[in-house]
Write a protein that binds this ligand. Structure first.
Ligand code: PRP
Ligand code: MN
Ligand code: MG
Length: 174
């Protein structure tokens, strides 16, 4: 049984941080060609909000990945379930995530895009759990640091449910 326990991050705080991140990204990439790549499914909600806070035209694409093997394997290898169809060679890439937990997914994807000929690859996440980090990965745009609790909403799921909650909630699982 699953139970929503309490709101951890209300919509106003999410909205404020998304606006701040959008402004920062807009300043940093002004006059350059930028592609936002959202990592499905969790990043869908943040991606939709973030792109509308960027003040110049950007390209967007999406990919879906899953971890290779079990969680005890810290190789960081991921399987690409759905790839982008944008030619990213010579372009600046911003990977957009809902949550960085161990960092293994993003460390692998960053290397993947650098090897694919991207001009630069940075990471933007709305939620960040630094206490859970296993991989050493730089997060250039970090929205809100949260404690190590199981959270849902604003794109994040528990067993594919609750992604559509507008706030971030803590769930009690048993
Ligand atoms: C979650 C989250 C990140 C990833 C972070 O995705 O959305 O993509 O895990 O984990 P890491 O930092 O430990 O690598 P999930 O695999 O649950 O897929 P989903 O986005 O479809 O829910
Ligand atoms: Mn995800
Ligand atoms: Mg998930």
């Amino acid at each position: 049984m699953t139970e929503l326990q309490k709101v951890l991050v209300p919509r106003e705080e999410l909205q404020r941080r998304v606006q701040e991140l959008g402004a920062e990204i807009s300043r940093d990439y002004e006059g350059q060609e930028l592609i936002l790549i959202g990592i499905l499914k969790g990043a869908a909600v943040f991606m939709a909000d973030l792109m509308r806070e960027i003040t110049f035209p950007v390209g967007i694409d999406f990919m879906a990945v899953s971890s290779y093997g079990n969680a005890a394997t810290t190789s960081g290898a991921v399987i690409i379930r759905k790839d982008i169809d944008t030619d990213i060679r010579g372009k600046h890439i911003l990977l957009v995530e809902d949550l960085i937990d161990t960092g293994l997914t993003l460390k692998h994807l960053k290397e993947h895009f650098l090897n694919s000929g991207a001009l630069s690859v940075r990471i933007c996440t709305i939620l960040n759990k630094p206490s859970r980090r296993l991989a050493d990965v730089e997060v250039e745009y970090s929205g809100i640091e949260i404690p190590d609790e199981f959270v849902v909403g604003y794109g994040l799921d528990y067993a594919e449910q609750y992604r559509n909650l507008p706030e971030v909630w803590v769930v009690a699982t048993e």
